[in-house]
Design a protein around this ligand. Sequence first.
Ligand code: BES
Ligand code: MN
Ligand code: ZN
Length: 470
Amino acid sequence: MTLETTRRGLEDLLLSGDTKAVPIRLVSAKDDLALASLGEAEQGWVEAQGWTPKQGSVLTLPDGKGGVSGVLLGTGGKDWVTLAPLLTGVLPGALPQGDYRFASALPDPELAALGFLAGSYRFTRYKPEDQPKPKRLVLPEGANKDQVLALAEAVYFGRDLINTPANDLGPAELEAAARELANTFDGSIKVTEGSSLLSDNFPLIHAVGRASDRLPRLIDLTWGSERAPKVTIVGKGICFDTGGLDIKSGSGMALMKKDMGGAASALAFALLVMRAKLPVRLRMLIPAADNSIAGNAYRPGDVLPSRNGMSVEIGNTDAEGRLVLADAIALADEEAPDYLITIATLTGAARVALGPDLPPLYTDDEDFASDLLASGRTIGDPLWRMPFWAPYDKQLKSKIADVNHIAEGPFAGSVIAALFLKRFVKDTKRFAHLDIFGWVPREQPGRPQGGEPQGARALFQFFRQELGTL
Ligand code: BES
Ligand code: MN
Ligand code: ZN
């Protein structure tokens, strides 16, 4: 799916005003005023159906002529936005084909529209006939059409990339996605690939990716004025993670097409920044590789050089993400950016700590942390802070190299991985790291089961606020 077709598909779902559209009322409690404004027959219908305004429950009201006169959406209380920000995403799946509009006051019109569009998503690459009949929405008052479309486009773009299996999405296809962005928005792109990774001093990216016949590469996209604040995002682009010689179990490997979820989020973020023309100098770095098994694969116990000169002892070839990120971070740090953010499906431990919906956010900058958390909450892309706990850093000591790339013990896996990354940050002004899951295991409102580019909207919300274009 190209950006262009995604965009057009979304435009078709958003109407700019239609008085014949079916009204949707949000109902937070049984005695909600919305119910009172129903006619007698409609109230009787609600009663007969035994409908209650549970969060996410949808009821269509018959118009007596075989059609729908209205829709009720239960919110389960007044403060639903914090915990189910994309609640309106249940609507497309529950409604018959048609045109709809919100007839109730909305706490956040942009999110309400985004939820509806996010809930309309299906991954249909291999089953085009599965595309559901469109449910269209009148753009709610107070929402900006371009912004809503861009946010939804970024979500679709990221989901499509993650959902595409590894046989159709390798390092070359990630590169193609980045090139499409660069071409669309007039950015520059440079790709260092295969043995050039060695000659250009990206030894860790090369080591991780060299066992695959799909060449590893570092994708480097830049956009915007050199004089603007430098914002660099680094996304983990492991297209499939077998674990390498420390091979994963069958169940551990089952979902590992999503191990480029950080790259998908970085691409989605870049799309948002460029569409909105934010006044930043954007740089997006994606180390893209397969973590494969072959005779030339890197091994546990190997000691490898890294871009910034530190030698790294390999503890486990399944901790490949932090290695490819280390070289990309070192490169990013060389120009001392104002902001450097890494996004990666880095550890299973992050999911154990916070579950699939809530990515850990690491940063030592208190203001950056609280602003990012608030931005995530505002835009329905929540994050939760975890610490760069310095006392754990000594667990990365190696007897024979500058650093060991994993800790010996089983504790605090997500923190240790974050501390490893931090070792490669020297001159950057503000550094943050997101350890995302990149996947929705069980369907939720506005979040169909499958890939999810977590963190992209939270970061975009932060920068559009920070730079005063809101
Ligand atoms: N891509 C995985 C992390 C992952 C696994 C994210 C499952 C989400 C769900 C990563 O490359 C990995 O395998 N990490 C290891 C690190 C360990 C060997 C220190 C992990 O988390 O088990
Ligand atoms: Mn791994
Ligand atoms: Zn991985």
